[in-house]
Design a protein. Sequence first.
Length: 447
Amino acid sequence: MLQQTTIIMKRILISFVVLTLATILCAAQEQPQLGIVNRTQCTGFWRYDFNYQTTDTDGKTPIVLSAAIFLSTKFHEKTAEAKGLALMNHYTITTDDERPTNVTGQFTLEGFIQGSGFIIIESDGIGFGLTVDRSQNYLKGRATARIDIDAFIAGRELLRQEGIGFGNVVANLGYSQGGHGGMWVNRLVAEGYRSDELPKIDYCILGGGPYDMYSQLNGMFGDGVSLYPVAIPLILNSIIDDNETLTYNDVFRPEFVEKIPEWFDSKKYKSPEINNLIYETFGGSAETGIQMSAILTDEFINPESAAQKAAAEWLKENSLVYDDWSPIATDKIVFFHSHDDEVVPYVNMESMQQFLTDKGYASFEVKEIRGKRHTETGMYYAMQAKSLLAAYEPSSGAVESIDADTDHPVDVYTIDGCLIMRQVSPRDAYNRLRRGIYIIGNKKVVK
């Protein structure tokens, strides 16, 4: 009896050890490897895929996302040094094979701009790559910018470990959804997010961004027509995802709700393909657009409804022109936007231009375009961004030297206006401060 009990106990112990080892192995397999995981030789450039640690949309929960580094062959082979690094905020995509870590062609935004003398770093974001099973994180301003900045800092460190040379210049790029994300990056940098590693942006080139989604959607409701219907479900999906009181049935007609799993959740269709499917099923065309009432509920279209008010609140929170901030940590911004943009109406650019002017930020330029629609303008943006980056020569910009007037006592402020030192020597203040951007006397100084 004792021998039989001993055998049973041994079997239980063995089973427990096997189960424990299996659990550990599964946990190890589920945790994606951090760092560079793949190097792909593309047409005229290289792409390094890497995984990095960041936080989920709540800003707290740790999550691992995938990202890519795009660099010309001469940088990969270390026969030349890049002028600097560019943080790329990616444009609207709806299929997983469009993600940055799958880009291989020269005739893409990434492939084109990497020939500018800069190395490009771009996150897949949430909804593609490692997180393809999730809904994409569409136009969620703060969450998207945080993910993109974390990818940039992680990618930069990996390049240093690889021994690849690059200058100390940071560019910030993006078109369409990427234009929106790029301005949110400017905002988070101005607010001091990870300021020890990224105290400022030297040069920012953006295009076609929905900076004022609230005014844009109001315009659509006023006209009753959408010329780019695929964007409406993408935006509203993000709103529903962030709002516990809203459901698809509150927003979309039942017949449209039925199509969402196939058209959007499957990640099988590109944006133009989804547009065509919407037109074929619910009417309208690329020339005339679609009636909003064909896909949205009557209640949601009513501006007095609780559903639309909840959506309006989200749109204002994720737009960039309704809060008290300024891109003080960005030396210069160049915008491209077409007056004939049917996807992101020019009202977005007008709102942003007025906002920056009202905030006293003058280091920006708007390149107005006429006669080009959204996609055409995107191609033009890519060519111009490459040209501007290639010609860019970094200067002190808005950030001044600390060497002048070193004996005259001054007050020192954070970039958001908080007094932190009173009547101290500028040089002493500089030496005592942590890395970041400050107002020392009347000068904006980066440490």
